[in-house]
Design a protein around this ligand. Structure first.
Ligand code: NDP
Length: 450
């Protein structure tokens, strides 16, 4: 990544580096965002005067706690829980919970920081937060998952609430986990409110929430292709990394829009099916059996399974959608994609593309949809779930889907227009950061030094 030129931003970044030494993911996320702010700072000395960026990079609150639980053998286990309440200038903190052994302060802070801009871009009143634990749900029984989730919520419940902080799912947290946490929250607080989103429909969940991130990613990609290349997803060959919530519903919507999705992966390896991924088989393996993607090749003739993830990016495609985890698409992968003629990359996961890979793709004319914009459909739909809970009302699938489509189109155009206004036409990374930032910055300035 380039050196920061603006002295104010450079000083802010140096302080962030000193305060958060040993937190590479968080520093990577902050640096990328600050780079985008350079042209804004030239025009907005008032924001420097109000110390907006100095305040923005420091979480309002960071909570770390012990999560003790008892496994099926009667043995006591201890995990570490986190919640970062990063910024509440435009609404209650909002952001998912991640359960994965790699979870640490750096990962939670990078995710919480990005969430500020993403939530602002949706146009809904939501601040930025994120949380999780280093608990590994893989291989755990239902009973173990429930005991862990109840213990996690016993502490987290003190810090959240419908007008304070509203968590949701992320890696390792789907409907089952949200259910156990919601049940425990309700017991502890004796209230039935929309404090968590991603709830099951009979408990106040919103239709389309399960599909929203993947669907939103495709609505964004479609709008990006239409506006910037006068093209569409129809007839394109697509590869998608991951095989979890985001990847599955991105595949479904891509197929509905007429694309041929040929590859998916999990953390062990990837499947390639040139005839087109059979999504019912994937859903049976991943959603019902909670199994490994390698099973697919055993069940679908003509498909292949390869150990290791990296090979997926060498498959020839028109569109690549990284939908698994941070830094999964590196420079070497970006070079392979460009050599094979990729025309667009849009991020379903958070920060899945390394900074040098983003630069390479942009320099080679590949349309690039950054996570903050492209995967905002999930949190946007969570915002719609909050609206429905507050109103004690529920909208139909079609109503929510239509609203989601509108929000994703708006996000694309806001990012595109902001980039153009600041002399960076076509750079959606900068445009998304700037558009998301300006709304939060105005609110922070208006609320005084707080
Ligand atoms: P899931 O837990 O449902 O799925 C995650 C998928 O990514 C699994 O296939 C998993 O494989 C794979 N994966 C995880 N870690 C790695 C790794 N280190 N290397 C390779 N593959 C890996 O999570 P989601 O689909 O919900 O989330 C995926 C991404 O999308 C995350 O970055 C998340 O932050 C982001 N996101 C999710 C939203 C949502 O609404 N769910 C909203 C916005 C962003 P395995 O099963 O082997 O671990």
């Amino acid at each position: 990544m380039a050196e920061l030129k603006n002295v104010y931003l450079k000083n802010v970044y140096e302080t962030v580096c000193k305060r958060n030494a040993g937190e590479p993911e968080f520093l990577q996320a902050v640096k990328e965002v600050l780079e985008s702010f350079e042209p804004v700072m030239e025009r907005r000395p008032d924001l420097i005067e109000a110390g907006v960026v100095d305040r923005l990079v420091e979480p309002e609150r960071f909570i770390q706690f012990r999560v003790p639980w008892v496994d099926d053998n009667g043995k006591v286990q201890v995990n570490r829980g986190f919640r970062v309440q990063f910024n509440s200038a435009i609404g209650p903190y909002k952001g998912g919970l991640r359960l994965h052994p790699s979870v640490c302060a750096s990962i939670i802070k990078f995710l919480g920081f990005e969430q500020i801009f993403k939530n602002s871009l949706t146009g809904l009143p939501m601040g930025g937060g994120k949380g999780g634990s280093d608990f590994d749900p893989k291989g755990k029984s239902d009973g173990e998952i429930m005991r862990f989730c109840q213990s996690f919520m016993t502490e987290l419940s003190r810090h959240i609430g419908p007008d304070t902080d509203v968590p949701a799912g992320d890696i390792g947290v789907g409907s089952r986990e949200v259910g156990y946490m919601f049940g425990q929250y309700k017991r502890l607080r004796n209230e039935f409110t929309g404090t968590l989103t991603g709830k099951a429909i009979p408990s106040g969940g919103s239709l389309v929430r399960t599909e929203a991130t993947g669907y939103g990613l495709l609505y964004f990609t479609e709008e990006m292709l239409k506006s910037m290349k006068n093209d569409s997803v129809k007839g394109k060959t697509v590869i998608i990394s991951g095989s979890g919530n985001v990847a599955i519903y991105a595949t479904q919507k891509a197929q509905q829009l007429g694309a041929n999705v040929v590859a998916l992966y999990d953390s062990n390896g990837y499947i390639y099916d040139p005839a087109g991924i059979k999504l019912d088989v994937v859903r049976q393996i991943k959603e019902v059996e909670r199994g490994r993607i390698s099973e697919y090749a055993k069940r679908v003739p003509g498909s292949e399974y390869h150990e290791g993830c990296k090979g997926i990016w060498k498959i020839k495609c028109d569109i690549a959608l990284p939908c698994a985890t941070q830094n999964e698409l590196d420079l070497e992968s970006a070079k392979a994609l460009v050599a094979n003629g990729v025309m667009a990359v849009a991020e379903g996961a958070n920060m899945p593309t390394t900074p040098d890979a983003v630069e390479y793709l942009q320099q080679n004319g590949v349309l690039f949809g950054p996570a903050k914009a492209a995967n905002a459909g999930g949190v946007a739909c969570s915002g719609l779930e909050m609206c429905q809970n507050s109103a004690r009302y529920s909208w139909s699938f079609e109503e929510v889907d239509e609203k989601l489509k509108g929000i994703m189109k708006n996000i694309f155009h806001n990012a595109f227009d902001a980039a153009k206004e600041y002399g960076l036409e076509g750079n959606l990374v900068a445009g998304a950061n700037i558009a998301g930032f300006l709304k939060v910055a105005e609110a922070m300035k208006w609320q005084g030094i707080a």
